[in-house]
Design a protein around this ligand. Structure first.
Ligand code: NDP
Length: 280
């Protein structure tokens, strides 16, 4: 029997990138999945990937909408219950670095950027957790939040509110894990480093070509990604699946698993290596 047979999962932000790969992996391993995002066309691509992987149509629920809207959050819960009868797994994956309208970085970024960034990356997670809680308590379920190594401890001047939001999310993961433990709901999170997805086109405004070149460059620079390559969304989906699988990770709660190919282990000084001695 596949590990997610008879499980029902809501995966936010599944019209692209990590969420899309997670939906395909979960469904391929037996889960019924609710997929969601604002972009109806890209959501259709996810649905086609699922159907191409021989997932039956009645294992797929599609909700188009903005996850920051309460009506969309409610539709996710309601339609999942109507179609599948329960909720076992909530993956709070939707997220992005919201570009500042005037291109500002650091402490000068606008308050509207701050509010939009927190609405998406923090508040929607809080709201989905509240709404899913009674159903997860009933099923003894799991929550996996998607954070980022941007949460720290390294400073993030280019996209400060995004990184502060992910740091807040990490503390929420710990707090929710303890709060919900008596209801037998497990809460954990994954902190990816660079992953080749649509993230850079949204958050950094790069076109597809530049985005691809950036991920390839990062992967080829050992002081950026010591592992020697930039992750694909499937690499992160596997970690999410581990945390969503009670058999595999039952004793882990409130933890953030870093999956960054070693990026966060490198200090600036390491980049100079032995050459530093020659330079002085
Ligand atoms: P993508 O841009 O490829 O995917 C983001 C997903 O989130 C899309 O499905 C998008 O759907 C959805 N989304 C964004 N805003 C909203 C919204 N307001 N309402 C509903 N859905 C929304 O990026 P990733 O797959 O890389 O991002 C997934 C998660 O991984 C995010 O939380 C991100 O912060 C995190 N992450 C990514 C890293 C990377 O390098 N890629 C590194 C560290 C963390 P749509 O546009 O259709 O609304």
């Amino acid at each position: 029997m596949a590990r997610f047979t008879d499980k029902v999962a809501i995966i936010t932000g599944s019209s692209n990138g990590i969420g899309q790969a997670t939906a395909v992996l979960f469904a391929s391993e037996g889960a019924k999945v609710t997929i969601t995002g604002r972009n109806a066309e890209r959501l259709e691509v996810t649905k086609k990937l699922l159907l191409d992987a021989h997932i039956p149509d009645n294992h797929i629920n599609v909700v188009v909408g903005d996850i920051t809207q309460e009506s969309v959050q409610e539709a996710l819960i309601k339609t999942t219950l109507e179609k599948f009868g329960k909720i076992d797994i909530l993956v709070n994956n939707a997220g992005a670095g919201i570009p500042d309208p005037q291109g500002k970085t650091g402490v000068n970024q606008s308050m509207s950027t701050y509010h939009k960034t927190f609405e998406l990356n923090v508040q929607s997670v809080l709201e989905m957790t509240q709404k899913a809680r009674p159903h997860l308590a009933k099923s003894q379920g799991e929550i996996v939040n998607i954070s980022s190594i941007g949460a720290g401890p390294a400073a993030q001047v280019a996209n400060p509110y995004y990184s502060i939001a992910k740091a807040a999310l990490d503390q929420y993961t710990r707090t929710a894990a303890i709060d919900l433990a008596p209801e037998n709901i497990r809460v954990n999170s994954v902190s990816p480093g660079a992953v080749a997805t649509g993230f850079s086109t949204v958050s950094r405004g790069l076109n597809e070509q530049k985005s691809k070149a950036m991920y390839e460059y990062l992967g080829s620079q050992k002081e950026c990604i010591p592992r020697g390559f930039c992750a694909g969304p499937e690499d992160i989906a596997k970690v999410i699946a581990f945390l969503a699988d009670r058999n595999a990770s039952n004793y882990i709660i409130g933890q953030t698993i870093v999956a960054d190919g070693g990026t966060s282990l490198i200090l600036g000084a390491h980049a100079h290596g032995a050459r530093m001695v020659e330079a002085i």
